[in-house]
Design a protein around this ligand. Structure first.
Ligand code: NAD
Ligand code: UGA
Length: 473
């Protein structure tokens, strides 16, 4: 059942023009031309890129979406105060990374950016404002936001809502256009529920009402952490099985298919890989672990911590197997790395498993030849800079064949579609022999690669022939 959105025009501001703020606001502006949407950020370069292009983030369909409403009812600016003053609804979509210092370092969420937004809103706002937590936050953060805002309640009144975002990078536009659900948490008061209804009515401009869920504030905040933890847990579960497959000759893809056919389990998010990456899974689980410890639940904390530990193991295991396949040393050997983004269809490299694998290979003094269709050379160099003075070396290449030329090994680390149709013969012809191929994403046609003579290694898949020399396992 679909219900109409708000008839009246609403002025919306979003603080944070990143992977969430930009696409989410573009979708609202596109679907609800009656509303005026202003996205603000302190990063002038990012705002310029949203205004003039190329857009600061790559997402399929995003350019068209933004082009369709930018300058009409979608605006990007660094004029934060003016946008706050003009808005009825203010989204907070700033980054909430893992704290790197002080109490909770390495686990707790760093809420300094969120807090500074709340202070700014408190300082400049007048009248009635609905403040929406779009960022992923620890449960009970709304109480802190409310407390900061309340300190300024003389000139303005505030209602704080939780509205976590569930989009995945690479499919953000499709996810926003047809979300599985929109979650809105509010205080269970008349004014809280009225504010939730205003926000629900905005989404109802294109989202069916039965997909708009309302809960109390804390359930909404915690649902976001729980959803990411459940998704990541599935990947760590299948990756744990992949290690057992490699030891036994079982095939993890056949297992994922068989297990996923159970309707109670389902088939998605069972793709074994070199490990999950991205800016959120690890940080959100660590945040959950910290919360459990904080609330005196060490067994629950240990349970979720293991999802991250298994992911670290999976990334380390990949690099270790690769070095073993190179007769125990990667020093001065050229290794082609195909794919650097944390998944296909994004230029985002935050927490990408490629950084961990490349780091371990640079420590072994390897010569890395890296190719990614969307990640810039500057980004790759910056991500690997901490390990560049250990004797290893990196070269960023313009295509996979240039990377593979004269290489001892090729490692596929991102599942870009173009790697599924690689000209394996050309790759093999350019490589030194024995030519080692490690498929960290199970995208390579193993039978075809075997016929060409590659020494093959995949994630959780039986290697189709006995290997020579007994150097690998
Ligand atoms: P991001 O780093 O891409 O963007 C955040 C932006 O906020 C940056 O451009 C930064 O300059 C800006 N900012 C920080 N402090 C500011 C301030 N005081 N005033 C104005 N601008 C400020 O982050 P992101 O990936 O968009 O994530 C944002 C939030 O959404 C995080 O909490 C994240 O966990 C959550 N989330 C992310 C995704 C995703 O796919 N990336 C999905 C769902 C939820
Ligand atoms: C994830 C969630 O899917 C989103 O719902 C959530 O909003 C978002 O985190 C967030 O909070 O930031 P995202 O990290 O963008 O989205 O991408 P995913 O598709 O979840 O992939 C995450 C990582 O897991 C990638 O490295 C991917 O390659 C890996 N993955 C995913 C696997 O290894 N196997 C799978 O079966 C699925």
């Amino acid at each position: 059942m679909s219900a109409p959105g708000l008839n009246r025009a609403v002025n919306i501001c979003c603080i944070g023009a990143g992977y969430v703020g930009g696409p989410t606001m573009a979708m609202i502006a596109s679907q609800c031309p009656q509303h005026r949407v202003t996205v603000v950020d302190v990063d002038q370069g990012r705002i310029d890129a949203w205004n003039r292009g190329p857009l600061p983030i790559f997402e399929p369909g995003l350019e068209e979406l933004v082009a369709g409403c930018r300058g009409r009812n979608l605006f990007f600016t660094t004029q934060v105060d003016a946008a706050i003053r003009a808005a009825e609804i203010i989204f907070l979509a700033v980054n909430t990374p893992t704290k790197s210092f002080g109490v909770g370092a390495g686990r707790a969420a760093d809420l300094q950016y969120l807090e500074s937004c709340a202070r700014r809103i408190g300082a400049v706002a007048e009248g009635r404002k609905i403040v929406v937590e779009k960022s992923t936050v620890p449960v009970r953060t709304a109480a802190a936001v409310q407390a900061i805002l309340a300190a300024h309640a003389g000139r303005a009144s505030f209602e704080v809502l939780s509205n976590p975002e569930f989009l995945a990078e690479g499919s953000a536009v499709a996810d926003l256009r047809q979300p599985d659900r929109v979650l809105i948490g509010s205080e269970r008061t008349a004014s809280g529920e009225a504010a939730a209804e205003v926000l629900a009515s905005v989404y109802a401009g294109w989202v069916p009402r039965d997909r708009i869920l309302t809960t109390n504030l804390w359930s909404s905040e915690l649902s976001k952490l729980a959803a990411n933890a459940f998704l990541a847990q599935r990947i760590s579960s299948i990756n744990a099985i992949s290690a057992l497959c490699e030891a036994t000759g079982a095939d993890v893809q056949e297992i994922a298919h068989a297990v996923g056919r159970d309707a109670r389990i389902g088939s998605r998010f069972l793709q074994a890989s070199v490990g999950f990456g991205g800016s959120c899974f690890q940080k959100d689980i660590l945040n959950l672990v910290y919360l459990c410890q904080h609330f005196g639940l060490p067994e629950v904390a240990a349970y979720w911590q293991q999802v991250v530990a298994l992911n670290d193991y999976q990334k380390q295991r990949f690099a270790r197997r690769l070095v073993e396949a190179l007769f125990g040393t990667a020093a001065n050997k050229r290794i082609a790395v195909l794919g650097f983004a944390f998944k296909k269809d994004t230029n985002d490299t935050r927490e990408t498993p490629a950084i961990a694998v490349c780091r371990d290979l640079l420590v072994e003094r390897a010569q890395l030849a890296i190719y990614d269709p969307r990640v810039s050379a500057g980004r790759i160099e910056a991500d690997l800079a901490p390990w560049l003075d250990l004797g290893g070396h990196i070269e960023v290449c313009k295509d996979p064949y240039a990377a593979a030329a004269q290489a001892h090994a090729v490692a596929v680390l991102t599942e870009w579609d173009e790697f599924r149709s690689l000209d394996l013969e050309r790759v093999y012809a350019g490589m030194l022999k024995p030519a080692v191929l490690f498929d960290g994403r199970n995208v390579i046609d193993l039978a075809a690669a075997r016929r060409l003579g590659f020494q093959l290694h995949a994630i959780g898949r039986a290697v189709p022939e006995p290997r020579l020399g007994g150097a690998t396992r």
